[in-house]
Design a protein around this ligand. Structure first.
Ligand code: PMP
Ligand code: GLU
Length: 395
């Protein structure tokens, strides 16, 4: 038989979703397992959003919509970007898709030709590297050490640029590191983009989850010239606890929006009509719930970081946004834990899951060894239990 597509066959499974599936299976099997795997808020979708969806179904709003999303949703995205980030877009520049992950996939398909290079700061969210390769591109990994708060510098960025470089992917605040680039740091990266004529895919999906009073700067707000080259990725999954509704969006140049829309018209068509109507309510309705959720995340982050940093052998930086912590296990390398010699973070996550019954994500899939990612989008009770088990495990 002939081979299947080489590009498709090379795609690796998502490590975050794999850990999540394993955790859910163990739970279903009756095991008392604690999960810090996939990042999805443990809160329920707010009632006003659910009501909008029930109403849409009752009123028969159950047909196809325009491929790039209903006008009311695209306008709601523009209004939110204006109110929150002070950037002006018109509804033709917005493309709604079935989750921000799908927007990233479509954007990379629309931007890349085979052989194009994409600069990807590491640690990175696992999907970026695969989505680049799925579009025929080559990820060029630029590693940012923990000592630099996992952020790349202008000179590191510029040193990685070649004549094949098309784009920089930036995730701010970051999954998995939780770190936030300041306006000055972004401006320095933007200067390189302008000098070398590069696009920027700026994934800002966590922009409303910032701690200690920090302020967010959108990459596109740095000036008209950089806005033309920026593709903002965002969505409702994290901010409104709507991961299962599958609504994400991009804001970009009108030309790129058209190309992405054409691409969608032959792949998924529009996302679920009902979810789109719910997302309009999310973006236009009361926003107070976000801050309540954010405050809860901040308390959990404080507790989690304190516990980690009080244990010998592990440590972490205090994240500034999103809902992830990177736990450093360098000091545990070579030790035997749970009957297993720990040579890397994959060994640690497997051993801890098997004998400690706690699911963490190994960061090898994020381009970073000797770290594990924990999400604090789980209950305080689960965090306490997980930390108690960690203490026992590494004793
Ligand atoms: N970007 C980042 C950085 C994420 O962590 C996620 C989480 N899955 C997404 C995009 C995709 O979100 P969704 O597809 O649920 O909108
Ligand atoms: N973004 C979340 C995470 O990184 C959800 C899982 C996924 O889509 O990868 O855990």
């Amino acid at each position: 038989m002939k081979d299947i597509s080489k590009i498709a066959a090379a795609v690796k499974t998502s490590t975050t979703l794999k850990v999540d599936a394993l955790f859910k299976q163990m739970k279903a099997d009756g095991k008392d397992v604690v999960g810090f795997g996939a990042g999805e808020p443990d809160f329920d979708t707010p009632d006003n959003i659910k009501e909008a969806a029930y109403k849409a179904i009752r009123e028969g709003q159950t047909k196809y919509t325009p491929v790039n999303g209903i006008p009311a949703l695209r306008q709601a995205v523009c209004d939110r970007l204006k109110a929150d980030c002070d950037i002006s877009y018109n509804a033709n520049q917005i493309v709604v898709a079935s989750g921000a992950k799908h927007n990233i996939y479509i954007a990379l398909q629309a931007l890349l030709d085979p052989g194009d290079e994409v600069i990807l700061p590491a640690p990175y969210w696992v999907t970026y590297a695969e989505a680049i390769m799925m579009a025929g591109g080559t990820p060029v990994i630029v590693s940012a050490p923990e000592s630099a708060d996992f952020k790349i510098t202008k000179s590191q960025f510029e040193a990685a640029v070649t004549e094949k470089t098309k784009l920089l992917i930036l995730n701010n605040p970051s999954n998995p590191t939780g770190m936030l680039y300041s306006k000055e740091e972004l401006q320095a990266l933007a200067d390189v983009c302008l000098k070398h004529d590069l696009y920027v895919l700026s994934d800002e999906i966590y922009y409303r989850l910032l701690y200690d009073g920090r302020k967010f700067t959108s990459f596109a707000s740095l000036g008209e010239d950089i806005k033309e080259r920026t593709i903002i990725v965002s969505g409702v999954s994290k901010t409104y606890a709507m991961t299962g509704w599958r609504i994400g969006y991009t804001a970009s140049s009108t030309k790129l929006a058209e190309v992405m829309s054409n691409y969608l018209s032959h792949s998924t068509s529009s996302p679920s009509t009902i979810s789109q109507i719910a997302a309009v309510e999310a973006l236009n309705g009361p926003q107070e719930g976000i801050d309540e959720m954010r405050k809860v995340f901040e308390e959990r982050r404080n507790y989690l970081c304190e516990r980690i940093n009080a244990m010998p052998g592990v440590s972490c930086r205090k994240p500034e946004g999103a809902f992830y912590v990177m736990m450093n296990i360098e000091k545990l390398i070579g030790r035997t834990l749970g009957g297993v010699v720990i040579n890397n973070s994959d060994d640690f996550s497997l051993a801890f899951l098997e004998s400690g019954l706690v699911a963490l994500v190994s960061c090898t899939g994020f381009g970073c060894d000797n770290f594990l990612r924990l999400t604090y989008a789980v209950s305080m009770e689960a965090i306490k239990e997980g930390m108690d088990r960690l203490e026992q495990f590494i004793k």
